[in-house]
Design a protein. Structure first.
Length: 401
């Protein structure tokens, strides 16, 4: 797998995505650390009070989690659509390895979590928390290693995480939906029909799509489906091709590419760090070793660290040994193992799912501790393995990529 576009065109947008994703991951780390420090400082009461302050129908934290994160999910949807139609996942041969590894990396952590919490029905609802991978955090750690890691391995991680995001979106839609309002769902369906009409008519201006997206978000918020999914639904109707024969017919100038390009920096350096700062703050007051030994906390941490390694690395080994796929060019088995560990950094999406899974603040705090502990171990472990692993011209057991 290379950074070249399948058609031969340089995939500079994907390179910029890797760069901004890595840098954004470092900013997210700083935001998360600041949130933890703030939640355990004299400023903690003010921190939690501001987040709980109501601005209209929602408090500040809900505006961040339901509205601001809809922009993040719009970005996720645009990336998924572009990569499947016009990028690194546009052919089945390119999808096999990251797709299968992502599936294993979601299933095994969920099973491990269930094994830990089987006797606690209230905790079982969080089974999807350790299934997520934080692409910004993982790429941020990978960026610290510089040229030690081949570019093909970075693409593999990014592609795997994008497919993982798609899986997380489906999980949220199917398993974390509340009581449904048929009237609002009908209104949302009508808006989607209008969006489809704009897409079929090849409307190239973004403004009509974005205005309808705001209406769609409001209807989805009221419908019982989580409002952020409106961002993904909107993304799927943003055109990726312009009218053939026009001077701007280059796909890079299509509405989807323009919107994705415009959102990259704000999402990476504003939206996600704000979400991290608003949700990573967990107070360690009263936290003991017994707290970390709680089944919910252990299940998440073990799922992120062990589950991702078994799922991602295990599936990769299986496919390569069966000659069904090749390792990324120039990558060694040690480096693939290290990247599998980095997939255990589940910060943003894991925190998001934990807020949907639990209404109890106590359970949310246990989940946050598990996410922070598991992500920290996975990040440090993945960095150490990649730091010590040698880069190879051709990884053992591969046929080249």
């Amino acid at each position: 797998m290379s950074l070249a576009h399948p058609s031969g065109r340089s995939d500079s947008l994907f390179r910029r995505f890797l760069h901004s994703g890595a840098s954004g991951g470092l900013v997210l780390m700083a935001a998360a650390a600041l949130a933890i420090v703030t939640a355990n400082s004299p400023a903690a009461p003010a921190y939690f009070a501001v987040l709980g302050h109501y601005l209209g129908p929602l408090n500040l934290q809900h505006w961040i989690n339901d509205a601001l994160m809809a922009v993040f999910f719009l970005m996720v949807g645009l990336e998924i659509k572009r990569e499947f139609l016009d990028g690194q996942l546009s052919t089945w041969s390119r999808r096999i390895l990251p797709g299968a590894a992502a599936a294993g990396g979601m299933a095994v952590p969920g099973l491990i979590y269930v094994a830990f919490t089987l006797d606690d029905p209230s905790a079982l609802r969080g089974w999807a928390i350790p299934a997520a991978t934080d692409i910004a955090f993982a790429l941020g750690v990978l960026s610290l290693l510089g040229p030690r890691v081949p570019a093909s391995l970075k693409v593999f991680l990014a592609a795997l995480a994008i497919i993982d995001d798609l899986g997380a979106v489906l999980v949220i839609a199917l398993f974390y939906t509340g009581d449904l309002s048929l009237m609002d769902l009908g209104g949302a369906a009508l808006v989607l029909a209008v969006l489809m009409g704009l897409n079929r008519a090849r409307v190239q201006h973004l403004l009509p799509y974005l205005l309808l997206g705001v209406v769609l978000w409001a209807l989805v918020l009221r419908s019982g489906i989580h409002a952020t999914l409106a961002g993904v639904l909107l993304a799927f109707f943003i055109p990726i091709q312009v009218t053939p024969g026009r001077p701007e017919a280059d796909p890079a100038h299509s509405p989807l590419h323009r919107l994705e390009h415009a959102l990259h920096l704000p999402v990476a350096f504003l939206v996600v760090p704000i979400f991290g700062f608003a949700n990573a703050g967990v107070s360690f007051e009263g936290v003991t070793l017994a707290t970390f030994a709680a089944p919910l906390t252990l299940g998440i941490a073990a799922g992120l660290v062990l589950g991702k390694v078994v799922g991602v690395f295990g599936i990769t080994v299986l496919l390569v040994r069966l000659n069904a796929a090749d390792l990324p060019a120039g990558a060694s088995w040690g480096q693939v193992f290290g990247v599998s560990l980095l997939c255990g950094i589940g910060f943003t999406m894991s925190l998001f799912i934990s807020l949907l899974a639990f209404d109890s603040i106590a359970l949310q705090d246990q989940a946050k501790l598990g996410i922070l502990a598991g992500s920290l171990v996975a990040g440090l472990g993945g960095y150490a393995v990649l730091r010590l692993s040698r880069r190879e011209g051709k990884a053992p057991g591969t046929h080249g990529a």
